[in-house]
Design a protein around this ligand. Structure first.
Ligand code: URA
Length: 209
């Protein structure tokens, strides 16, 4: 069963309090989301494999540890996921970036993929899917379906704020996926917004309405 990791790191919680605040403007919001993306990536990559390498320090030879070179990819769900991508790339700059775009079918209310551009060597990569808000879980589930259909086997999901409903559905649909969350909020409201949440993440990142 995939684990749910809720980050209680003081820096993440501090920055998240400003991200949530209504009066925080677009520029600051974007910078803070980027920073929290980077801080979260530090924890999300905690289980990356290391290998021994022989090196010379100025004093002696030693066996040191380096990343075993597992190929990584970050996949933002368009468009709000873009806001967390650069932060993750600051820590794993060699990662490839795939993109998945989904819209909600107005009749079925189900997410439908309209765009997917992914690295070619999918089977060889570990994926981190990013989206600031895990609300109903529909987009995350569909984005992960899309990756698995194309051959991805190791996937992590990372978001800023999650609703309990979304976490449960995502866990059920993809029990093999670890979920990383900066805050688990109370609930979804009737309009599908997370409460207390931060409003519309895409609009706040890009200054749209
Ligand atoms: N998407 C958002 O941007 N905000 C929410 O509260 C829920 C989904």
């Amino acid at each position: 069963m995939g684990k749910v990791h809720v980050f209680d790191h003081p820096l993440i919680q501090h920055k998240l309090s400003y991200i949530r605040e209504e009066k925080t403007g677009t520029k600051e919001f974007r910078e803070l989301v980027d920073e929290v993306g980077m801080l979260m990536a530090y924890e999300v990559t905690r289980d990356l494999e290391l290998q021994d390498v022989e090196i010379d320090t100025p004093v002696t030879k030693m066996t040191a540890k380096r990343l075993a070179g597992k190929k990584m990819a970050v996949v933002p769900i368009l468009r709000a996921g873009l806001g967390m991508t650069d932060g993750v790339l600051k820590l794993i700059p060699a990662a490839r970036v795939g993109h998945i775009g989904l819209y909600r079918d107005p009749e079925t209310l189900q997410p439908v993929e309209y765009f997917a551009k992914l690295p070619q060597d999918i089977e060889e990569r570990d994926f981190i899917v990013v989206d600031p808000m895990l609300a109903t879980g529909g987009s995350a589930i569909e984005a992960i379906n899309s990756l698995k259909k194309r051959g991805a086997t190791k996937i992590r999901f990372m978001c800023l704020i999650a609703a309990p409903e979304g976490v449960e559905l995502l866990k059920e649909a993809h029990p093999d996926v670890d979920i990383y969350i900066a805050a688990l909020d109370e609930k979804l409201n009737d309009h599908g917004y997370i409460v207390p949440g931060l409003g519309d993440a895409g609009d706040r990142l890009f200054g749209t309405k």
